[in-house]
Design a binder for this molecule. Sequence first.
Ligand code: SF4
Length: 350
Amino acid sequence: MTNMKKPKAIALFSGGLDSTLAILTVLRQGIDVTAITFLTHFGCDISDKSSCSKDPFSAAEKFGFEVKLCHLADKFIEVVKNPMHGHGRNMNPCIDCRILMLKEAKELMDVTGADFIITGEVIGQRPMSQMRNTLAMIDKKAGVSGIVLRPLSAKLFEPTIPEINGIVDRDKLHAFHGRSRKQQMALAKEFGLTDYPMPAGGCLLTEPNYSFRLRELLNHNPNPSLKDLHLLRTGRHFRVSASCKIIAGRDEKDNDKIESLAGEGDYILSIKNVGSPVTVLTGDGSQDFINLAAAICARYSDAKYLPSVDVSVYSKGERFVLKVNPATEEVIERYTIRMPESKKKELLKV
Ligand code: SF4
């Protein structure tokens, strides 16, 4: 009887089609897989529909592999602020993000005694992070050269160490490339994988509007709080001064979110008995700014045509009422944080 250890791999797993197929291709060779799903504050998580990550548990349950969740937290924020390899078209630091994820996977590999790492990358599928040279550079920077197997495109790369050592049978790997998903869909059918998400564009950092707001925030506050980052996803944003922002909800969902995110020291404004945005003032709460927040709140309420409106203000356990005129268009234009048209056109150019 041989006492050979069963080979084991750590997989970067978004829950999407490609990473699932990469895992299944390796599982089929009798190799144990532990999948790692990364979470960040920028929507790349399983609870967020805008994310490039989807629910990782259904495939794991169906096909029998373990999933570990790993929140990248502050490490990822640092990468977003200062990516060594720059941002993509928006604030997405995809190359540095991949390096970070591979470093984390390597740590898990070492701790668990796994033999290699799997990713679902397909060569030529995404512009920056999945070109051959870039992938080689990413592996090198992450300290994982030779031990990252990309089962969907493996035959288009030099053999990796697990292939050379005979742990992985190269003949049973694939040579997918490019943007078409036809081969992946055929393979999914072969595995009986029927319920998979359509590919998403990436995390929130690939969204032009979110990225614009984030850049604007970082310009004024290089160390934003989690509250500041989460608020970027919601409402209309107004920059009043370097240290003061006003955010007004656009609908009930925004209102609920703003209310739940507002922290101690913030001012929460709304108008009683009419449809009203919940409005929050964060930062410098001087009286002029509170008045402005009240005027903005009134401007987006159902009372916007009244000459003056009573706005209820709550902060630090105290509530008071301010009588204000709804903000004029000119005031709204002056303070709104909005991407200039020229920038939008630039981003639309491919
Ligand atoms: S889109 Fe880029 S930055 Fe965002 S999670 Fe995916 S690889 Fe990372």
